[in-house]
Design a protein around this ligand. Sequence first.
Ligand code: HEM
Length: 454
Amino acid sequence: MTTTETPPGPRGLPLVGNTHQWARNPCEFRERCAEAYGRVVNYEIIGWDAYMLTDPADVKRVLEDRETFPKHSGGNEQLSEMLGDGLVTSEGALWERQREAIQPAFYVDNIRRYADVMVSRTEDTLARWRDGGTVDLRSEMMRTTLEILVEAMFGDDIDLEARGIYDAVEAMQEPLKPRNQPITFLAPDWAPVPYLRRANRALDHLETQVYDILDERRGSDTDRGDLLAMLLDSDAAMDDEQLRDEMLTFLFAGHETTALALTYVWDLLSRNPEVEARLHGEIAEVVDDRPTVEDVFAFEYTEAVVKEALRLYPPAHEIRREPAEDVVIGGYSIPEGSLLVLPTWVLHRDERFWDDPGEFRPERWIGDREVPRASDAGGERREPRADRPEYAYFPFGGGPRRCIGQQFAMTEAQLVLATTARDWTVEREYDDLDLSAAVTLRPKGEVPVTTRRR
Ligand code: HEM
């Protein structure tokens, strides 16, 4: 094979390429491509020349070299319009400085402080549930994780409802859904697209709220110990615009993913009663009164349940990068400026690395330290298993831009799950989850369940 060869891939249509196949079901499309074409697959979506990598060693190379493989500029542009230059979208020296300034907020000692917030806000949610009542699980989990995030990050005196933050955060997600992406990307600013207008209004609203919170904070001298206090105190001396970008970034990146993970956990538990029974067993054995962060350090099966749900349904179903120069990967040349797709979903279900990949089997994680535990400081340690390559599993990404909230999310998911599962179980009122792979992998509609007190 010569290094100038273009990788194989599915045939597309003139002008639209493979956009129509991708928009219908991105996960299925990528799985079919991986099966049919192998290590590197070339396709075209929304005018982008895309290269999907299905070898974990290639994923590792890309994620661990942020100079050669920065974030994809197209995706970043869409997000930057909303989030400015926060941690998710910035690059280079700015990103480095911000990551260093923000990292301490996620040290284990600080996550310890957030644990009580995680349990208390879950208890608020459960106080609204009725035995035999119906709730939309996805929005219950979204509300819970948003309340946890806002309190841990910005303090305990922010009324989400009164400030309209919940609805605004929801409206901001709309333009990023796959069926909307071609329009979002191509429509000029003045185009009368209703969801774009709503998203813009929501963004204005959030911006006002964020500046309001900043003003209130600057006017008070109480020591709070939350993320915002650390940002305000940090040596990085951020101006208001940078602070706004970081606050919006955390509102955007810090709650939906965990809410989705919890929704998938419950969906999977409701289909696997023997797993749920074993989970209850561990929670009863470990938790005394209310779950604590020490309990999370002691959990083994509860953690395995969360990891396994993140394997089957990774909320970040693909990660995107863009080569800053022409590169050769797997013997194929990939041009500078193309879209590199690292398909979490595909690798998490690859038979080369997983026995019965479609099965929900938390046992496979017992004794496995591939993802650092909530108690590991810093979160940079990985101990891959001998029989599975690193990056066959990467729900939180990897390398320098690995999710800063990984320990926060793993602690939160286990505390919300333990607090809920102690007294409640849910029964599905639907058959199958109909999923849409937007920026995150999310259910298309509501996820109705009957709540039962145990
Ligand atoms: C189950 C829950 C979560 C999942 C699956 C998840 C997934 C990810 C992934 C895959 C990335 C890397 C994206 C890339 O490399 O392009 C990322 C980055 C990030 N995540 Fe998370 N995340 C979760 C929870 C959280 C939470 C709770 C927070 C904040 C409290 C958070 C904040 C961030 C931020 C700020 C970044 C950008 C980091 C950087 O580029 O330096 N995430 N997340």
